[in-house]
Design a protein around this ligand. Structure first.
Ligand code: 5GP
Length: 200
């Protein structure tokens, strides 16, 4: 836990209006947020803009807002991005500011699922947000998820593991840690942090 917690951070009874979920690559952030989307419609999950191409089954405006490089740059220039980052050295991802502000004004619990670089920017621009670190149950599980298929060469494997070590060390910057030992359990714990129960 960091010493400069915003008031009420970590307390299920006093949810912060914006919660940021981040964590190391391959920890399962996407799966946990998909469980939140499916089971907790009360929680508004921010729809990121990205320059990457849609994968099969992904719907524009639901999973991401798929934009070209030019539009992404325009959103940044117009000050419409709360944060943005190049993820895995490839594509750009960012959180459009307007919808977040709108949902906060409506009193909806808001969840951003973003990478560590993005979380650090939100810490600067929205310090009252709550920062949740999604952690693997243990190092071996993360290694398994990162390199499990064994399709990478030794150099790529080492590169991923080195990145994972650095990313895990970021846990100290966060207000709360949730262990992703089971997707549904982690989603339930996250929803409770946002002040939402199954029965609400
Ligand atoms: P994917 O391409 O697999 O959907 O996502 C890749 C990574 O991008 C994930 O680690 C996810 O957390 C991150 N990401 C998704 N949306 C955003 C965003 O709006 N901002 C930032 N900084 N990262 C994002």
């Amino acid at each position: 836990m960091s010493p400069d917690l915003p008031t009420g951070a970590g307390a299920a009874t006093a949810p912060a209006p914006v919660t940021v979920l981040a964590g190391p690559t391959a920890v399962g952030k996407g799966t946990v947020s998909a469980a939140i989307r499916a089971r907790y419609p009360q929680i508004w999950l921010s729809v990121s803009a990205t320059t990457r191409a849609p994968r099969p089954g992904e719907v524009d405006g639901v999973h991401y807002r798929f934009v070209g490089e030019e539009e992404f740059s325009r959103l940044i220039e117009d000050g419409q991005m709360l944060e943005w980052a190049v993820v895995h050295g490839r594509n750009k991802y960012g959180t459009p500011r307007g919808p977040v502000e709108e949902k906060v004004a409506e009193g909806r619990p808001v969840l951003l699922e973003i990478d560590l670089a993005g979380a650090r920017q939100v810490r600067e621009s929205l310090p009252e947000a709550r920062f949740v670190f999604l952690a693997p149950p243990d190092w071996d599980t993360l290694v398994q998820r990162l390199v499990g298929r064994g399709t990478e060469d030794e150099e790529e494997r080492e590169r991923r593991l080195a990145t994972a070590r650095v990313e895990l060390a970021a846990e100290d910057e966060f207000d709360v840690t949730i262990v992703n030992d089971s997707v549904d359990r982690a989603a339930d714990e996250l929803a409770r942090l946002l002040g939402v129960n199954d029965l609400t």
